[in-house]
Design a protein around this ligand. Sequence first.
Ligand code: PGA
Length: 261
Amino acid sequence: MKTPLVVGNWKMHGSCAEARTLTGCIRQGTGALRTVEVALAPPFTALSTVATILKRGNLRLAAQNVHWEEAGAFTGEISPKMLRDLGCRYVIVGHSERRHLFHEDNRTIAKKIAALLRTELGPILCVGETLKERDKGTTVRVISRQVLSALKGLPKNGIGKITFAYEPVWAIGTGRNANPDQITHVHSRIREILKGLLGKAKATNCRILYGGSARPENAGELAGTPEVDGLLVGGASLRAEGFLKIIREFSRSWRGQSLEE
Ligand code: PGA
């Protein structure tokens, strides 16, 4: 059975000193936890600070963005190799803030995914519809297009290494999370696409996270939602106590599920 993954996306928040304190608290609070995989995605400026603390322990390091080239004249960009060099395990790709504020399109996202897989880093591919798209009834079409275009041309074993994150744009940072039915509906569609590409067993092993206003108060419900294999947490990952509560909810549900098996 797959272990749930909970990722804290700190976005553009915090000094190195704040990153050190937050990481220290999360590391202490998770201790020898094995039932949930936890990853922290600090801003680039704090990756090295956080990496040093995470060298001891089970927490993973993640980056929030990447460029697809290995090296070259690309002012302001960071390559997959540089991230691997720092000890990153995961990289978030296609976050809606990158898509909408920085005009990243599906082709760019596909290039980033391929580059990460070449460098043996784990992409966390974010997909999600806007409120307008949901209201028009095009959610599933939008999500399918985002997933299929990101996976185009990739070998099966590469696709199997991708973590998917369904993040409805209207739920990010708004305090209004998607409800369990909405989440299960979209996650099941992503799983169907993966079954078509990889076969049932491998598709079942892929993790599909939910993201968008996940908080300590709704983490229990999200952990118990069918097809949710973890969370991508923004705002609530900036406070150690709340983030640890979210992790504990997933730990509880994972243990529950494994007991039934
Ligand atoms: P939020 O952000 O938890 O603050 O809504 C989620 C995300 O952007 O990944």
